[in-house]
Design a protein around this ligand. Structure first.
Ligand code: AMP
Length: 215
């Protein structure tokens, strides 16, 4: 199964992707996570990406496509994958199609998760994630049992540098301008499925699984 999760920052893509990994045993490929790992490791790529990420803009297509090509070459991607946060604009979507056509690995579905803007801002400002395993919490709605400690692995919970209100508004603007046109792109390919992303996490998960299970 090869799935794209589309949705604004804070729509729950990462949370749902992690649940899908457990159920379907295919990797989550998050360009945001890969970029943050490069920033944390202070690699040349990370140094290039950091300021752009902190400002809420998109890093260059060239850089992101390089990361994706490399990641899709790894063995675990052969059985399928869940793309989370990629593609983010038309050029990336077209480059992905070209790459996957070459591999004869077409995308099965693009699943768009819809959440209102005000909810998104509250979700993102409350978001904390484990710096070791990536598990995501929200201090308002889904807090960890012990403050700042991951329930799953005991790792420290951190607040992302770009999860502050001013940057969030910018990221939401970038989503509307650059990423949301991809809904029409996948609609034209008859691959788009739209899901309401508010309510219980498990109910949203069930709706996503229902789409995947028809594929
Ligand atoms: P995310 O964790 O998906 O919200 O991504 C965090 C930040 O990483 C974004 O605001 C961008 O600066 C950068 N980023 C992640 N994925 C992409 C992408 N596909 N294209 C360009 N920039 C990206």
């Amino acid at each position: 199964m090869r799935i794209i999760l589309l949705g604004a920052p804070g729509s729950g893509k990462g949370t749902q992707a992690k649940m899908l990994v457990e159920k379907y045993h295919v990797p989550q490929i998050s360009t945001g996570d890969l970029l943050r790992a490069a920033v944390a490791a202070n690699t040349p790529l990370g140094q290039q990406a950091k300021a752009v990420m902190d400002s809420g803009q998109l890093v260059s297509d060239e850089l992101v496509l390089g990361i994706i090509r490399e990641r899709l070459n790894e063995d675990d991607a052969k059985n399928g994958f869940i793309l989370d946060g990629f593609p983010r604009n038309q050029a990336q979507a077209e480059a992905l199609d070209a790459l996957l056509n070459e591999l004869t690995w077409p995308i099965d579905a693009a699943i768009a998760i819809h959440v209102d803007n005000d909810d998104l801002v509250q979700r993102i400002t409350g978001r904390r994630s484990c710096k070791d395993c990536g598990q995501v919490y929200n201090i308002f709605t889904t807090p960890p049992k012990v403050e700042n400690v991951c329930d799953k692995c005991g790792g420290e919970l951190v607040h992302r540098a770009d999860d502050i209100e001013e940057t969030i508004r910018k990221r939401l603007g970038v989503y509307v301008e650059q990423t949301s046109p991809l809904l029409a792109y996948y609609q034209q390919q008859a691959k788009l499925h739209e899901i309401e992303g508010t309510g219980e996490i498990n109910d949203i998960f069930a709706k996503i699984c229902a789409v995947i299970d028809t594929k």
